[in-house]
Design a protein around this ligand. Structure first.
Ligand SMILES: [Zn+2]
Length: 434
């Protein structure tokens, strides 16, 4: 049966906000989107939110989803200490089933704040794909490849598992895509990267990896290869498949190479700020036409998965540091959480609410103390409301969250399980927090 959603304000991803908007869909794709018309809504299951705004549901450009289990493990330390002395001390205790619990928790958090798709790099991708398949989410998963990986051990075994996960899950129900996830060029040997490139190229998929996150990483790259990581990728002939996370410390030549290859950059502002890595030159990236997308990074470094917070941070920070309030206006930052992701996902997630596109929809309440008056609803969305003002999240036409209830996750037992799994991992690691 035809489904219909009538809202106070509809923003389809470009152009103007439509007052008293309507979206209808049959199955997974949008049939009508525009001004409310009685004849378009006829013979449908109609949901009505008269004081809410409907926008394309968000996508999260970079996660390590099961890191939800070590949320808040350590704060206020630099990246290298954070990674080697803390995260990689406790994460090895994670089992496949733990990763499944962590993925469910992350998905529940994202769905309840209006996000339906995420780009992930983590181990136990098989279990993460299982959680994605069961919950109705969408994901581009990149199984992590590095030495001493808790799931696979060696790099060779990691690559083998990556290939197995690709064969098992790629194109599952038009919701799951699989790429390759070598952790970084400093943690995976050059020849393995080249081997991964050939595998990715053959399968027409991405290599999702960390690039130029800190000044230390950049300095090490210059010392090791005599050039930046981006230039090294270009010299190796693998750059056209790289999906770079962070890009905080890229110079003008790096950015030009990224632009010339038509690559997006996965921008994790909240995480970069928290770890003190710096602030990526986003206005310059956008000027070059690079489709910057917003990500949260893992819960170990953010410490939440709320894309709306990243939208607000991105809108604010560049205005402040450049003393220019015209930078990153509302529509630009919304695109960074929605339509810019199409470069990555293709038709799986378009971030646009138009006829023929997937019905990936989020509705936020503008009838609260935080959002009165409504003069410009997009202004309220970006600068005023909270991620918890999300009322409805729909992925491929299916309701995953409505009025505080998750439809595909049993939240109470999940919260208990997540707490006990996290406590067990920390105990087993014989880890001293500080
Ligand atoms: Zn990361």
């Amino acid at each position: 049966m035809k489904q219909a959603l009538r809202v106070g304000w509809l923003y389809r991803g470009s152009g103007e906000v439509i007052e008293d908007g309507l979206i209808t869909w049959e199955g997974s794709h949008i049939v009508y989107s525009g001004k409310y018309r009685e004849e378009e809504a006829a013979d449908s299951n109609l949901i009505h939110y008269p004081r809410s705004i409907c926008v394309p549901a968000f996508a999260n450009g970079h996660t390590h989803i099961s890191e939800t289990l070590i949320r808040g493990l350590v704060d206020d330390v630099p990246l290298e200490i954070w990674l080697y002395d803390h995260v990689w001390q406790v994460e090895p205790q994670m089992t496949a089933n733990d990763a499944y619990v962590g993925a469910q928790l992350g998905i529940a958090e994202m769905v309840s704040s209006g996000t339906v798709a995420f780009v992930d790099q983590f181990y136990y991708s098989d279990q993460i794909a299982r959680a994605v398949s069961e919950t109705g989410m969408k994901a581009y998963l990149h199984p992590s490849i590095f030495d001493n990986n808790p799931e696979t051990g060696t790099i060779e075994a990691g690559l083998k598992e990556n290939l197995r996960v690709f064969d098992k899950w790629n194109n599952y129900e038009d919701r799951i895509k699989i790429g390759f996830g070598p952790h970084a060029l400093y943690s995976v040997p050059e020849d393995t990267f080249t081997e991964i490139y050939h595998a990715a190229d053959e399968r027409d998929t991405w290599i999702h990896t960390h690039v130029s996150e800190t000044t230390t990483e950049r300095a090490n790259a210059l010392k090791t290869w005599g050039m930046s990581t981006v230039k090294k990728f270009n010299e190796m002939g693998v750059l056209d498949r790289i999906l770079p996370a962070n890009g905080v410390h890229m110079d003008d030549e790096d950015l030009q190479l990224i632009a010339d290859h038509g690559l997006p950059i996965l921008h994790n502002l909240g995480s970069n700020l928290k770890i003190g890595s710096g602030i990526a030159p986003v206005p310059k990236m956008l000027d070059l036409g690079i489709p910057v997308v917003l990500g949260t990074d893992g819960n170990a470094s953010n410490n939440d998965l709320a894309v709306l917070e990243e939208i607000r941070l991105a809108a604010l920070i560049h205005k402040g540091i450049h003393q220019d309030p015209t930078l990153l206006p509302t529509r630009t930052v919304i695109n960074m959480a929605t339509s810019n992701h199409q470069t990555i996902f293709g038709e799986v997630y378009t971030g646009t609410l138009k006829h023929g596109h997937p019905a990936d929809i989020a509705v936020f309440n503008l009838d609260t103390v935080r959002s009165r008056p409504v003069i410009d609803p997009l202004s309220n969305l970006v600068y005023s409301i909270s991620p918890t003002d999300c009322q409805l999240t729909i992925s491929n036409g299916k309701i995953l969250y409505q009025d505080g209830e998750l439809t595909t996750v049993d939240l109470e037992p999940l919260l208990k399980k997540a707490q006990s799994v996290s406590e067990r991992m920390i105990a087993d690691a014989d880890y001293k927090r500080y």
